[in-house]
Design a protein around this ligand. Structure first.
Ligand SMILES: [Zn+2]
Length: 146
């Protein structure tokens, strides 16, 4: 049993990663890759900001929510509603942030553009529209229909 630690494809000496494209698509150019990467970084910045403000707002609501005595019940109700909204907003931002961070990590690992479900190419057109995508259209639709 001789374990060289190298796979058949020789991972150790991998040059610049080649991001796959769907059949019929042209290979990625450096500019296109830089654009998608910048888009992901933008998204991370945006989501971090959104998450921070959603959490700050939530904190405010929670603090003022403890002071319900003598308040109009309708006010309390709308505060609860706002709090629920704030929570789902924060949860949503956190999820998008995590997805973007994952996509960036895949990018740096040279795994970007590979469908996590079937291992096939996600496709350039799809990634340019949804840089966060980690599944090809077919797998995505299958997972949503489930
Ligand atoms: Zn797939």
């Amino acid at each position: 049993m001789a374990e060289s630690g190298l796979t058949e494809s020789g991972e150790a000496a991998a040059p610049a990663p080649v991001i796959p494209v769907a059949p019929g698509e042209k290979p990625w150019t450096d500019e296109e890759l830089a654009e998608v990467r910048a888009e992901l970084e933008d998204e991370v910045t945006r989501m971090r900001r959104k998450l921070a403000s959603a959490e700050a707002e939530l904190h405010e609501l929670l603090t003022e929510g403890s002071d319900v005595v003598g308040r109009d019940p309708a006010d309390v109700g709308s505060t609860n509603f706002e709090r629920d909204q704030g929570m789902s907003l924060a949860a949503n931002a956190r999820e998008l942030l995590e997805q973007s961070l994952l996509a960036l990590k895949l990018f740096d690992d040279g795994q970007y553009g590979v469908c996590e479900a079937c291992g096939g190419p996600i496709g350039k057109g799809r990634l340019q529209a949804f840089p966060r995508a980690t599944m090809c259209v077919a797998c995505k639709q299958r997972s949503e229909r489930r």
